[in-house]
Design a protein around this ligand. Sequence first.
Ligand code: SF4
Ligand code: SF4
Length: 475
Amino acid sequence: MAIYNPKSLKAEEFINDGEILDTLKYADENKDNLALVDEIIEKAKLRKGITHREASVLLACENEEKIKEIYALAEQIKKDFYGDRIVMFAPLYLSNYCVNGCVYCPYHLKNKHICRKKLTQEEVKAEVIALQDMGHKRLAIEAGEDPVNNPIEYILECIDTIYSIKHKNGAIRRVNVNIAATTVENYKKLHDAGIGTYILFQETYNKKSYEELHPTGPKHNYDYHTEAMDRAMEGGIDDVGLGVLFGLELYRYELAGLLMHAEHLEAVHGVGPHTISVPRIKAADDIDPDEFDNGIDDETFAKIIAIIRIAVPYTGMIISTRESKSVREKALRLGISQISGGSRTSVGGYVEEEDEDENSAQFDVSDRRSLDEVVRWLMELGYIPSFCTACYREGRTGDRFMALCKSGQIQNCCHPNALMTLEEYLMDYASPETREIGEKIIEKELLNIPKEKVRNIAREYIEEIKKDGKRDFRF
Ligand code: SF4
Ligand code: SF4
C-alpha cells in the first residue's frame, strides 16, 4: 500500500487515498470538538493557511456559530489580500474535437450529435477581435484532447496568433491555457510561447471514480493526469491552476485531495497553485447533471469556497459563468478573485450567435450578461473590476509573484493597476452608464493607494489614459 508523502512525485503517494480516508475519519470524529475548531480558526487568522486535515474538520463542522466565524474570516482574508478587486477574463474555445470518453462532458468522443469545430487561424483572429471589442485583456484558451486535430503545434500557433493581434487600443496581454495533460517537452513549448497560467482540472481526486468517469482515451490514466502539474513546472511553467469538478465525487474527499495537491506543489516546487477553480457540474448537450448523485447545494458550495480561501490565502480563486448571478455574488464575498464575463462556451461563439440546433457548447452558461453588464454589476456591488496582467508581463510569476503577495505591497501594486486598467476599459469599451459609475469609483479608490508617491503617479497615468489616449501603464 502506498504511504502518504507530500514530497513524492508519485500520484498515489502525494494524493494518498489512505490519508484522505483517515482525514475524513478524523474530521468526523472532531466535527463537534469546538475547542479544536476554534484552534484551527485561530491558526487561519494568522493568514498563513491551514492543512488539508484542518480544513476538513472545518468542512465537517455543522455548528452554525462556527460556520459564521469561518465565513467572516474568509471575507476578511479576501479583503486583506485582494481588496475589492476582481480580475476579469474570458474563455476562448479553440476546438471541441476530443478523443476522451469523459462521461460528464459533451465533447466526449462518442457524442455524435454535437457539432465538431476547430477554429482556423482566421477564425481565431475574428474571435479575438470580438473579445477585444468587448474589452478583454486576459483569455483562457480551451481545447479537447486530440493529437490529430489539436496537436501542440496547433495550440502554439493559436497562442501566437492571439498575442499578435493589435486591434484599435486592444491587445490580449495574458493567455492562460487549459489543455490536456502533456509531456515536459510540450510544457516547455507552452512556456516558451509565453503562456500565463497552465490550468488543468483534476475533475476528481478519487482514483477509482476517476477511472470510471474517464473510461476511454489517454485521460483514463489517473497517475499521468495527476502528475501533470509537476511536469508543467519541470517544463518551466511557474503558475499552475488546479480545480475539481464538484458533483462527481463526495465533496469532502475532493477538498482534502485539492489541498493535498496544493501542499504537494509547495513541498516540491516551493510555490503553491496560482489559482484554484471551483466548477460544479452543469447541464449540457448529452449531459444531465442529475445523473451524478454527488451534486452540492449552494450553501455547501459557499462553505467550500470560504474554506479554500482561508486554507490557501495566496491562491487566486476562479468562478465561471456556469454559476448564476446570485451564486457568484455570494462567492465573490467569500473568496473568489477572478471571474469570467460575457463568456461563450462554444467554439466560435463570440463571432457567431450560438445556434440551439448546432450546439457545440461545453456547458450551459447560467450568467449570460455582457461584459459591460458584469463590470457595471461588480461596481454596483462595490468591487473594482480589474483587467490587470502586470505580474505576468513584469516576470512576476511563481515564487516572485508569491513574494509580492507576502511583502504586503499588493495594495501599492494591484490596486493602482486595477484602477488604470479599469480606466482603459471605461474609455475604450464601456457604455455611458458604466463609465459614469466607474469614474466615480476610480476617483474614490485612488485615495486608497497607501503610498503617496504611487498614488500621485497613478493619478498622472490615469489622466494620460483619459486625455492623451495613452495605454498600458503598470506598476
Ligand atoms: S472534459 Fe476535456 S478531455 Fe474530457 S471529453 Fe471534455 S474536452 Fe475532452
Ligand atoms: S499586479 Fe499582479 S497580482 Fe496584482 S492584479 Fe495585477 S497581475 Fe494580479
